[in-house]
Ligand binder design. Structure first.
Ligand code: COA
Length: 431
């Protein structure tokens, strides 16, 4: 995707600065070379997420990632630790995969407010400023992953991708999938982290809702940073031509009855179905293992079709990638569609960005969107439902069944058909 703006260079939101100043709090943009301030910011958000106090070395590692982001802290000069922010947020502009390509997305992370300052509207001041910043920078959509699903709906975010935790009782299944023509081999964890990054970057355009990762993300999956874990192992799959096509990081729980251990898949990334199946087979057929658990996997994992008893693999679903449309025409015109549409969409958005009546004409898989003020609406929803349905992760028919979309049967059916996608959207990382 063309060069994206650097979020770190954008000015601080004046409305939130003034609102927080009235409460005696300083809303401050950190400088990317101010290591001490970044470390205090990281220490504050780690405490906000109930993590232990970080070692110096860990803070230095984190600094590298954080220095590339737009970091904002809220400071209370009256505190005993006044150099630690009482609230934190970070953001950066990143591509997100959409049907037919990519879109610039305003990614938001490390939203925390100190337990001493909670429920006074500080998070609201931060989040509303992030959306104003995204809008001012011309970034048409915002995204995040959420610690709790109750926090972000009020700002117009909605879950657009789901993640599944798969579980397989391996004693009850035989492999029934294809024979892989390649081979599996163990690799060093550092090499596995590098291969993960490469394969993720090579394949992220194949999955709707996916975003680029960063080195610490992969090192973390391998147990090489933060919560260091020598129990993590890694294998890669090489195709028949000897090309690395997939990598699996996993851990076997040592505390087990004989031949009944739990194997947890920490991360699996693969270029192509052959490698996905081969790595699953490796996990399922592992000796001494009774259960394989794989969190943060696609909801449409082909697993039930790869084993002798499709009832044995079970999955539980959760919301994962949250999106918030900021610019309706830009977002709708950017994606490809599976069917024609000509209708008026009425979008309600309490924060204003997406609000309005929009004429949506889709022909030959592309949309033209224009303002249609005063026109009668064929489909009515809020920015949350539009954001949830944008990648095809939930159908409008389901949202209508929940009373969250209104309109004519024909218009809803046509729009649903147009939004349909071949595979479920999936975001493989937490950010
Ligand atoms: C979540 C968190 C950032 C909220 O900060 P806060 O400053 O207390 O939030 P605000 O006072 O601005 O509250 C804004 C709104 O969110 C609601 N809210 C805040 N935290 C909530 C929570 N955990 N669950 C549900 N609603 C919540 C408030 O009730 C308020 O609702 P209203 O505007 O409709 O009246 C803070 O509790 C926190 O740091 N939690 C731990 C870390 C975390 O989970 N961060 C989210 C990362 S994804």
């Amino acid at each position: 995707m063309a060069d994206l703006p650097d979020a770190r260079t954008l000015p601080l939101d004046e409305a939130s600065r003034a609102a927080l100043a009235e409460r005696g709090l300083e809303y401050r943009l950190l400088r990317s070379h101010d290591g001490d301030a970044i470390d205090a910011h990281s220490s504050a958000w780690m405490r906000g997420f109930a993590a232990p106090e970080a070692e110096e070395e860990h803070l230095r590692d984190v600094r590298e990632t954080m220095a590339g982001r737009r970091l904002i802290g809220v400071y209370d000069a009256r505190g005993a630790q006044a150099h630690w922010p009482v609230a934190t947020v970070s953001s950066w502009i990143t591509p997100v995969t959409i049907p037919g390509g990519e879109l610039p997305m305003w990614a938001i992370s490390t939203v925390t407010v100190a337990a001493t300052h909670r429920r006074r509207g500080i998070a609201r001041a931060l989040l509303e400023a992030e959306l104003r910043d995204a809008h001012a920078a011309g970034v048409p959509i915002a995204g995040l992953t959420a610690s709790e699903a109750t926090i972000y709906g009020r700002y117009g975010f909605a879950p657009a991708t789901q993640a599944a935790t798969w579980k397989v009782d391996t004693r009850r299944v035989r492999w029934a999938g294809p024979e892989a023509p390649g081979r599996i081999e163990y690799i060093d964890r550092e090499a596995a982290a590098a291969l993960m990054g490469e394969l993720h970057e090579r394949t992220r355009l194949q999955r709707l809702g996916e975003v680029p990762g960063w080195p610490r993300r992969w090192l973390g999956h391998l147990g090489l940073v933060e919560k260091k874990d020598r129990a993590v192992r890694a294998v890669r799959y090489l195709d028949a031509a000897g090309e690395p096509r997939g990598v699996l990081a996993y851990k076997i729980d040592e505390d087990h009855e004989e031949a009944d251990a739990d194997l947890t898949i920490r991360f699996l990334v693969a270029d192509g179905d052959e490698a996905v199946a081969a790595l699953w087979r490796f996990a399922i057929e592992h000796d001494l293992v009774g259960t394989v658990t794989a969190p943060d996997r696609p909801v449409d994992e082909p697993l039930p079709w790869l084993v002798s008893d499709p009832r044995v693999p079970t999955s539980s679903l959760t919301d994962h990638g949250w999106l918030r449309i900021v610019d309706v025409p830009a977002v709708l015109e950017a994606r490809a569609y599976a069917g024609p549409v000509d209708l008026v969409l009425r979008v309600a958005d309490p924060l204003g960005y997406a609000d309005g009546a929009w004429r949506v004409e889709i022909a030959d898989g592309r949309a033209t969107v224009t303002e249609a003020a005063g026109a009668g609406a064929d489909v009515e929803l809020t920015v949350q439902e539009l954001s949830a349905a944008y990648l095809g992760g939930v159908s409008l028919a389901v949202l209508r069944a929940a009373g969250r979309v209104r309109g004519s049967d024909a218009a809803i059916a046509a729009l649903d058909l147009a939004l349909r996608v071949p595979r479920a959207p999936f975001l493989s990382i937490v950010y």
